[in-house]
Design a protein around this ligand. Structure first.
Ligand code: ATP
Ligand code: MG
Length: 288
């Protein structure tokens, strides 16, 4: 129903971390969330406690002719539904790129089916930089969240964000730029350079800047423990930053079915999806 994509012009900036933890935070706000990993690093699953040895996944399955995404959904302890990417070697990645060039519907059709599910918020973790997956998903997205780090190089990347250039070319880029929002990750308030970089980016981006996440050991630690941040360090500053960004994303989505007092009406296909957990009790933030 709604699609939120996490992308970035530069790698290693926190896309996967934000995809996993914002999926969890949106679920806690009452949304029914499916997180899909479209990056061959196959790392999103680790945030949800899937063992390193478990290498199965949706995108790698596509290359073996299996487009049945419902059959591959994992119900994670957080309540978020997960489609891991699956392990893929260089040959597999090159073959996938060629297959998507020939037939974008190979991925486009399953994504459209997911978006036809009532009351489902799909959050997608994408590879760094431009990618086929990003080009395919951006036109379907409710919001593309560009992640930047609070570091000097990010000021140089602002034009990429403002023009939408890393989402497409020409008029298409300009059209897609309208749905781009930025989360600035890794803000270190004790570092003059980090603050100055963050302030410069925020000044240039204005309303396009959705929020900021502080740099904190607890964030990396939570991945090391294969736990989500709101379980691992719920009182941390990073956790409260995360909840604030989730609140702003939630405000741009249709209200969760549970909050409208209506159970979602499953389509025949949706009937095989795990059904939503009972609505969480409203948090202090949610009731404000
Ligand atoms: N706010 C933060 N504070 C501290 N560490 C962080 C923070 N955000 C992310 N990290 C750490 O930074 C590293 C890179 O994060 P992540 O893998 O999410 O980036 P990415 O953009 O998905 O990378 P890639 O482009 O390779 O896919 C991880 O070790 C993660 O734990
Ligand atoms: Mg990543």
């Amino acid at each position: 129903m709604s699609l939120i994509c996490f992308a970035s012009p530069k790698g290693g900036v926190g896309k996967t971390t934000l995809t996993a933890n914002l999926a969890d935070a949106l679920q806690r706000l009452g949304h029914r969330v499916l997180a899909i990993d479209l990056d061959a690093q196959n790392a999103l699953r680790l945030h949800f406690g899937v063992p390193l040895t478990d290498k199965a996944g949706f995108v790698s399955g596509l290359m073996q002719g299996n487009s049945d995404w419902r059959g591959q959904l994992r119900q994670t302890p957080s309540g978020v539904l997960l489609l891991p990417h699956g392990a893929m070697d260089l040959r597999g990645a090159l073959d996938l790129a060629a297959a998507l060039d020939r037939d974008p519907d190979l991925l486009g059709n399953p994504i459209r089916e997911m978006l036809a599910e009532p009351n489902l918020v799909v959050v997608a973790d994408l590879p760094p930089g431009p990618s086929q997956a990003l080009a395919l998903l951006a036109p379907m997205a409710t919001m593309v969240i560009g992640v930047l780090q609070a570091e000097a190089i990010s000021a140089a990347l602002v034009p990429e964000i403002e023009s939408g250039r890393f989402l497409g070319t020409g008029t298409m880029a300009a059209l897609l730029a309208g749905r781009l929002r930025v989360v600035l990750n890794g803000v270190d308030l004790s570092s003059r350079l980090s603050r100055a970089s963050a302030e410069a980016v925020a000044r240039h981006l204005g309303f396009r800047m959705l929020g900021a996440m502080s740099r904190e050991e607890t964030v990396a630690e939570s991945l090391a423990c294969q736990r989500l941040l709101l379980d691992h360090a719920p009182e941390s500053r990073a956790a409260s930053d995360l909840k604030e960004v989730a609140r702003l994303i939630s405000a741009a989505l249709p209200p969760p079915a549970a909050m409208l007092g209506a159970a979602p009406q499953p389509t025949p296909e949706a009937a095989v999806l795990p059904q939503p957990l009972p609505a969480p009790q409203p948090t202090v933030e949610a009731s404000r």
